[in-house]
Design a protein around this ligand. Structure first.
Ligand code: SAH
Ligand code: SF4
Length: 369
């Protein structure tokens, strides 16, 4: 059976062509799946009966199974999704007055081993398929609609999720071949129809793949910087040893030639006494001088054995002030869904391994602007 969620628009058209069907049929089916969130072919009532019969025997719509579904007091909702072999990933819905954001995962685990990240501690399990990535958005939209979500844009006929951020579990650029078809599905007018600036990919800095993304599917880019010098970043974000800051900054500038926004968002997790001192702010200002950017300071979410502590609130504010005084637009990420450990992917471990689950970090939700 072909999972239709695995096929980006061009691949769906190709699959239909191979079966002797006209291209408009592919677009029609795409709208049923990605705009009306049909769960099976039988629901596609305006398709020719013969086509429905042939599809019923060869195609399915299969999103990851939900293991747990929790809603926080502030409306943040987290789905823990089965990734097989006792692995799970998360998708987190963050409601706001003017948008509905979904934070999605790209891998079960992560190989990049950033020092402060609990996903990194779990190691790498596997890449999610395109269908598992698209399935997170399909599932969130379908479920929120079925639950009768109220939002002005939904009343106007649009889907509940207006923005997608790839800030959940995993390094999206390390799963490029599955992530890019998913991004194309998010953008396609016969699928989710999101504009490029409403889709944000966050990367720890895989320089060659930043260039590939620029060439193949430039969406809004967030880069997890976390340190202003190579010496410190080598320690916090080990991929820096392979792609040091100078090459990362150059890749950011190249990216902006095609990016849907005219800035890069730099994420910077505030680690007490490690990267949050005035000299770090000064080095950071010098580092990003030539890159049009915004800085997003993330309060560190500690977990047992992490070896790091959260910077005091006043230090985070002072650090933000130092950057702002230098003319850098700086925001402090607000924490959402605290009471359900809504964690933008960092929480989901091997579901049957209780030790690992207890060690999971609570990550504040990133709301990309
Ligand atoms: N792998 C990608 C995207 C997923 S991580 C990346 O690294 O960019 C999403 C964001 O959460 C990244 O900026 C990451 O550095 C940050 N993060 C990871 N662990 C964290 C923690 N314990 N506290 C706060 N932020 C964390
Ligand atoms: Fe992987 Fe991102 Fe965590 Fe680093 S911060 S280990 S790249 S998920």
């Amino acid at each position: 059976m072909q999972n239709l969620l695995d096929l980006e628009p061009a691949a769906l058209a190709h699959w239909f062509a191979e079966r002797g069907e006209r291209p408009f049929r592919a677009r029609q089916v795409s709208r049923w799946v990605h705009q009306r969130f049909a769960a099976d072919v039988d629901a596609m009532t305006d398709l020719a009966k013969s086509l429905r019969a042939s599809l019923a025997g060869s195609a399915e719509i299969r999103a990851p199974q939900v293991l747990r579904d929790t809603t926080a007091a502030d409306g943040t909702r987290k789905w823990l999704l089965d990734a097989g072999n006792a692995n799970a990933v998360e998708a987190v819905y963050i409601p706001e007055d003017d948008r509905g954001t979904l934070c999605i995962s790209s891998q079960a685990g992560c190989a990049l081993d950033c020092a402060f990240c609990s996903t990194g501690r779990q190691g790498f399990n596997r890449n999610l398929t395109t269908g598992e990535i698209v399935g997170q958005l399909w599932h969130a939209n379908r479920t929120l609609l079925a639950d009768g979500i109220r939002a002005p844009w939904v009343e106007a006929g649009r889907a509940p999720i207006t923005n997608v951020v790839m800030m959940g579990m995993g390094e999206p650029l390390a799963n490029f071949d599955n992530v890019v078809p998913a991004l194309r599905t998010f953008l396609d007018d016969n699928a989710y129809g999101l504009s490029r600036r409403r889709v944000t990919l966050s990367t720890s800095g895989l320089v060659p793949w930043i260039d590939c993304l620029r060439d193949q599917c430039p969406v809004a880019l967030a880069v997890s910087l976390h340190a202003p010098t190579d010496a410190l970043r080598d320690r916090l974000v080990p991929i820096n040893r392979k792609h040091p800051l100078e090459s990362l900054m150059a890749a950011c500038v190249r990216y902006l030639e095609r990016a849907p926004r005219d800035f890069i968002t730099f994420e910077y997790v505030m680690l007490d006494g490690v990267n949050d001192q005035p000299e770090h702010a000064a080095a950071l200002i010098a580092l990003v001088r030539d890159v049009p950017c915004k800085l997003n300071l993330i309060p560190f979410n500690p977990f047992p054995g992490s070896g790091f502590a959260t910077s005091p609130r006043e230090r985070v504010r002072a650090f933000a002030g130092e950057l702002q005084d230098a003319g850098i637009v700086t925001t402090i990420r607000k924490t959402r869904g605290d009471d359900i450990d809504a964690a933008c992917g960092q929480l989901a471990g091997q579901v049957h391994d209780r030790t690992k689950r207890r060690l999971s970090a609570r990550i504040p939700i990133a709301v990309a602007r």
